[in-house]
Design a protein around this ligand. Structure first.
Ligand code: ZN
Length: 240
């Protein structure tokens, strides 16, 4: 049987770290790709290598982790006017979408990832898109992702599959999935090393990890952590 392989869109956040662990569990060879597009804080990108090196030593599948590529997409900054890339306040716009929304960002990421995967001889992309928890990002919807896989397969004349293990689960279930995949060790890596806070805060440590504790990303992460412990009947302070 030929070796199975996957390219994971890996940002250094909680979701993409769980996706990376998921891929290491299923594919013989796993590579990662990240994007530099003028994020306000480089924290996420800095954490990527820290997480990768820890995952390489986690469990029996760590050795499957191969190379990493960071692609520069500075054009995203010139076509977006959002809280992620500029020093503007994170608020919810009249559309109901947070101002952190970069229009079509995932479509661009997937296109670049598919082109890279093609070059690397990889036919499967793995991403942390999720339509369950409210974020309102239309490019995270399953319909969008599957249509994208079809367009990429046609455009590359080579089958492209896009796997999204978090698509239909909420943040509490994401913590649970991490626990199933890597136990306490993986939970600890997520708490200590993954970064999701929109404000780039890595000074405040909460039971659920580092962050400002106020932005929508921290809010979602904290609520998921609490909900996960409620479901498992554990104490939410376990991570301190
Ligand atoms: Zn935050």
């Amino acid at each position: 049987m030929p070796e199975s392989s996957a390219l994971v869109l890996f940002s250094g956040g909680q979701d993409s770290t769980v996706c990376l662990a998921w891929a290491l569990d299923r594919y013989d060879r796993v590579e990662t790709v990240g994007f530099r597009y003028g994020q306000r804080h480089g924290v996420e990108l800095e954490q990527r290598e820290v997480i990768r090196s820890k995952l390489r030593h986690l469990g029996a599948q760590g050795h499957r982790l191969g190379g990493d590529t960071v692609l520069d997409l500075p054009a995203l900054q010139s076509i977006s006017d959002t809280a992620l890339t500029r020093e503007t306040e994170i608020t919810f716009a009249a559309t109901g979408l947070p101002t952190t929304f970069v229009p079509g960002r995932n479509l661009l990421f997937l296109t670049y990832a598919a082109a890279l995967a093609y070059r690397r001889g990889i036919g499967t992309l793995v991403g942390g898109m999720c339509e369950t928890d409210f974020s309102g990002y239309p490019d995270c919807r399953n319909d969008t992702i599957q249509a994208m896989a079809q367009a990429l397969s046609l455009g590359l004349a080579s089958p492209v599959a896009i796997e999204t293990p978090l698509m239909f689960i909420d943040k509490a279930a994401t913590w649970e999935l991490a626990s199933e995949l890597g136990g306490k060790e993986l939970i600890q890596i997520i708490l200590e090393d993954t970064h999701t806070c929109y404000m780039g805060d890595r000074t405040h440590r909460h039971p659920w990890g580092y962050g400002c504790g106020k932005c929508p990303a921290c809010d979602l992460r904290a609520k998921g952590w609490t909900e996960w412990h409620t479901r498992t009947g554990d104490t939410a302070e376990a991570g301190t």
